[in-house]
Ligand binder design. Structure first.
Ligand code: ZN
Length: 100
């Protein structure tokens, strides 16, 4: 028997980590896509579609995105601090993950 290391099976995903989410259990509801109950690093429990986990579409409960998208004031502060325009800021942000 060969070990299929790179294949993520549905059952085998329990306990696995996808980004900030750790799979707790799978939820099978007849007539619906398979869903996974996950715990995020921030402590929140979320139910996400298994397929989104597997394809990488879902990587957190949403807190990650919230963290990366600063409030308007924060962008302004960042631009002021680095003396850049808002469009430069968004250019930077497209290229690098480093900016807030
Ligand atoms: Zn979270």
């Amino acid at each position: 028997m060969s070990v299929r290391r790179f294949k993520i099976t549905e059952e085998g995903s329990v306990g696995m980590r996808f980004g900030r989410l750790k799979v707790q259990q799978l939820e099978r509801v007849i007539g619906h896509p398979l869903r996974a109950v996950c715990q995020c690093d921030c402590g929140k429990l979320v139910i996400v579609f298994w397929r989104n986990l597997k394809t990488g579409n879902t990587r957190s409960c949403g807190c990650w995105r919230t963290k990366r998208a600063p409030a308007r004031g924060t962008v302004a502060e960042f631009c002021a601090k680095h003396r850049i325009s808002r469009s430069t800021y968004y250019n930077w942000r497209r290229r690098a993950e480093a900016v807030p």
